[in-house]
Design a protein around this ligand. Sequence first.
Ligand code: AMP
Ligand code: MN
Ligand code: MN
Ligand code: MN
Length: 280
Amino acid sequence: MLLYDLHSHTNASDGCLTPVELVERAVACQVQVLAITDHDTVAGLAAAHQVNQALGQPLTLINGVELSTHWHHYDIHVVGLNICPRHVELLSLLQSQQAQREVRARMIGERLTKAGIQGAYEGAQKLAQSSILSRAHFARWLINEGYASDMKRVFKRYLSRGKTGYVPNQWCSIEEAVTTIHSAGGQAVLAHPCRYQLNRKWLRRLLTHFKEVGGDAIEVIASQQSPQERLLLKQLAQEFGLYASLGSDFHSESPYIELGKNLIPDLDCQWIWQAPAWPV
Ligand code: AMP
Ligand code: MN
Ligand code: MN
Ligand code: MN
C-alpha cells in the first residue's frame, strides 16, 4: 500500500520549508504520494517538481492548492488536487485571493496598531518575504515580539474571529472554489472539517452545501486527531457520498505533525485516489 499525504505547505504560503526541503523531508518520511497544497498559490510547485526529478522521482507529486472560502461567517478551506497550475481561470482566482490577502493584511496591521502594537504589518511581511501573507506570519511575528508564547495562544488572543487582529474576510465562495478546481481538471476536497468549530447541525449543513456545489471528497484522516473524530468523518463521507482524503497539513517541524504521520488509510472508505478522475 502506498503512503499518501495529500495536504502540505511550503514557504510559498505559510509553511516554513522551501519546496525543495519539503520534497526531501517527504522522501525521508517515506511518503510516496505527496500533494503540495499551499494557501491560494501554486508558486511552490515548479521547484518541487524540479528537485523530485533531480532525485529520480522518488515521489508522485500531486499539484495542489488550498483555497480560502467564505461561507456564512466561516473561513472554510477547500483543497484542490491534480489541478493544472497554469489554468487561466484558476490563476485569475488566485490573483484575486492574493489581492484580498494584501488588503486584509494591511487592515490587520492597522487594527493591531490601534491596539498599541506597532509594526505588525511590516514584521509579518518581512517573515513572509515574497510569499503570500497569512495570519500565520502575523502570529509568528507576535510570538517573536513576545506578545504570546505559542501559535495556539496568539490566535486565541489576537487573530481568531472577533479578536483585535481579525478582519472579516472576502474570500471566494465554496461554489466558486469547487467550480474553478474542476475547470482546472482537479478534485475538490473539504479540508479539516472538524477544525471550523461547527456543531453537528452546522457541519451537516456545510457538507450538504459542499456536496450540492459538486465537492468530491472530505479529509477523513489527519496526523493529529482522535479515533472518534476519524470515525465521525468516515461516516459523514459515506453518508454524503463523498470520497475520503487524508493529509498532515504539515507547515513546519513539530512534535505532533509530520509528513505521512498517522496517515495509514486503514478505514473502510472510498478513497479519493480510487475515484475514476484520479490520474494513475
Ligand atoms: P489565513 O489563511 O491567512 O487566514 O491564515 C490561516 C492559517 O493560520 C492557517 O492555515 C494555519 O496555518 C494558521 N492557523 C489558524 N488558526 C490557527 C491556530 N489556532 N493555531 C495555529 N495556527 C493556526
Ligand atoms: Mn496555514
Ligand atoms: Mn487549512
Ligand atoms: Mn493547510
